[in-house]
Structure formats: C-alpha cells, structure tokens
Ligand binder design. Structure first.
Ligand code: UTP
Length: 288
C-alpha cells in the first residue's frame, strides 16, 4: 500500500486556551515565527504527502488565509526589495495541495475524521492533529508511513508518558516491546485508564496512519466519553494495529505550559543564531 494523502483535524474549540482562542483558531497559535498548523503541514510534506485535507469549523478562516496566496503582501515585499521575506511567504502557498471541509458540529475527533471519507476514498491516509507539533530526528509521520507500508497495517505513534499522566490518554495494550523493532503489534487500547489499571504507559500522541476500513468502523461506533465520537473506539475494532514508539519531543499547543515549552526549546534549536543566543542569554540571566 502507498500513503499519498493526509488529513489534519483542526475543528476543536481550544477551550483550554481561552480567551486567545475566542476569535482565532488555536492551530494558528504561533510557535516562534510560524503558526502551529504550518509545522504540521510541513511534517506531512516531508513524509512525501502533498495532498492534504484540513477539517475546519466555524471561526477557522484564518487557516485558509494562511495557506492562500497573498497578492497584496507579495507585491509590497517585492516593491520594497524584501526578497527573502517574499520567498518565505510564497513558499507557504506552494507547500502542498490543501483542501478544506467543515465539520458541522463539534462532535469529537472520530466525527471530524468521518468528514474525510469522500476525499480519502478507499486509500490509507495519514492523520495528524492540527494542534500538536512533533519534533523528531526522523519526522514522526515519515516513520509511521514507512511502518504502515512495510506491514500493510494501520500504525499509531505512541509515547511513554509519566505514569501519573496515563489517566489523560488512550493507552496501548502490547506484548513486551522489542527496543530494536521499528514498529510492534498492539493488541488493544484503553481510553483514559486509572493508573493501576493501565496496561502500559505507551500513550496515543496525535499521529496515525489509518486504513480506509476506519470509516465503516466509525460509522458503526456509538458516541462515547463526553458524548463525542471517539476515534480510539473505532481504532480498537481494526483487524491489525501497530505502534511506533516516539522518542522526540511532542508539544500539545492547546495547553499553555506545553506551548511555552515549544517556544523556548525550539528557539534554543533555531537556525537563526541571534534568536537562540538571545533566548539562551535570557534563560542564563534568570538562573542567577
Ligand atoms: P481536543 O481534545 O484538544 O479538543 O481535540 P479541542 O476542542 O481542540 O480543545 P479543548 O480541549 O477545548 O482545549 C483534539 C484534536 O481533535 C480535533 C481538535 O481540533 C484537535 O486537533 N477535534 C476535536 C476536531 O477536529 N473536532 C472535534 O469535534 C473535536
């Protein structure tokens, strides 16, 4: 099988980041000089995928504007001779073929994924949450696509989280994981288990490759926790699911400490020496 399409759900409300998210989508929250969703689109593109469907909703128009051509801005930058900035603006619009569909009601991640059915058709697809940035040496989606194509299976990215955080996640039930294996079979998932009932601390992290069977399974799934259609409930019914253990950094931008961490850590790694020197100096100054 070959993965040629990606779906990015971005229709959530972002209530944990109010009031910022009252009039702007949380996926447009900047991390350094780029909005979060641009990092997500770039991760799909690096994995060789240039057909991307973003699931939006009410109040999310800024996302479409960001990936659109901006004639006035481009003319102005050209006239002012700011050609490096012009390149950066043009590159955004040329990143990929981006399509949009609107989720009518906010009825859960599973419901949002259902809106991709017509666009995706009978093909496997990558699914990347629009509010999660993953920094990994091999980009996460690239590893998932490789594992999915090798094993002809749906694959999820999993991360070892601290045991006290396990009750906030969907957690994998697996055999002993071979540390040298690129991917491993997963028997089942448990949604938000109490710590002492959790089968592992391997948590679902917001990156998936799913086979198209997921659409029928979602249709046959009842609404679950919080009255929402839960994607994990349908994933549990897939014939085979594999996991890839993530060893990089994951930032859930919808939560303020994680968003701040993303800005600081990514500034320290930024290829603009002035930026990382300034942040490093600031942090060192605070230690004294
Ligand atoms: P969250 O659980 O983070 O919910 O969604 P949220 O509404 O975005 O944020 P909070 O909890 O109110 O702060 C996880 C992912 O699923 C998408 C979100 O956009 C996010 O990428 N999602 C969730 C949808 O697209 N539609 C939904 O109905 C629910």
């Amino acid at each position: 099988m070959e993965v040629t399409k990606a779906v990015i759900p971005a229709a959530g409300f972002g209530t944990r980041f109010l009031p910022v998210t009252k009039a702007q989508p949380k996926e447009m929250m900047p991390v350094l000089d780029k909005p979060t969703i641009q990092y997500v689109v770039e991760e799909a593109v690096v994995a060789g995928i240039d057909d991307i469907l973003i699931i939006t909703g009410r109040g999310k128009q800024a996302i479409e504007r960001h990936f659109d051509k901006s004639y006035e801005l481009e003319e102005e930058l050209e006239a002012d001779g700011k050609l490096d900035r012009l390149d950066r603006v043009q590159d955004i619009a040329d990143l990929a073929d981006i399509h949009y569909v609107r989720q009518k009601e906010r009825e859960g991640l599973g419901d949002a994924v259902q809106y991709a059915r017509k666009h995706v058709g009978d093909e496997p697809f990558a699914l990347l949450l629009g509010d999660t940035i993953i920094e990994n040496e091999t980009p996460c989606t690239e590893s998932l696509v490789a594992a999915a194509e090798e094993h002809d299976s749906s694959v999820l990215s999993l991360e070892r989280v601290p045991w006290e955080d396990v009750p906030s996640y969907g957690v994998a039930d697996t055999e002993e994981v071979d540390p040298n294996a690129n991917s491993f079979p997963v028997n089942d998932f448990v949604e938000k288990p109490p710590r002492d009932e959790a089968p592992s601390n391997l948590a679902i992290t917001g990156r998936y490759v799913l086979k198209p069977e997921i659409f029928e399974l979602l249709e046959a799934t009842e609404k679950g926790v919080g009255g929402e259609l839960q994607l994990t409930d349908a994933i549990r019914k897939l014939d085979t699911v594999r996991g890839v253990e993530l060893d990089g950094d994951r930032y859930d931008i919808g939560n303020i400490p994680s968003w701040l961490e993303a800005n600081v850590e990514m500034a320290l790694k930024h290829d603009d020496g002035d930026i990382n020197a300034a942040v490093e100096a600031f942090l060192e100054g605070r230690d004294e």
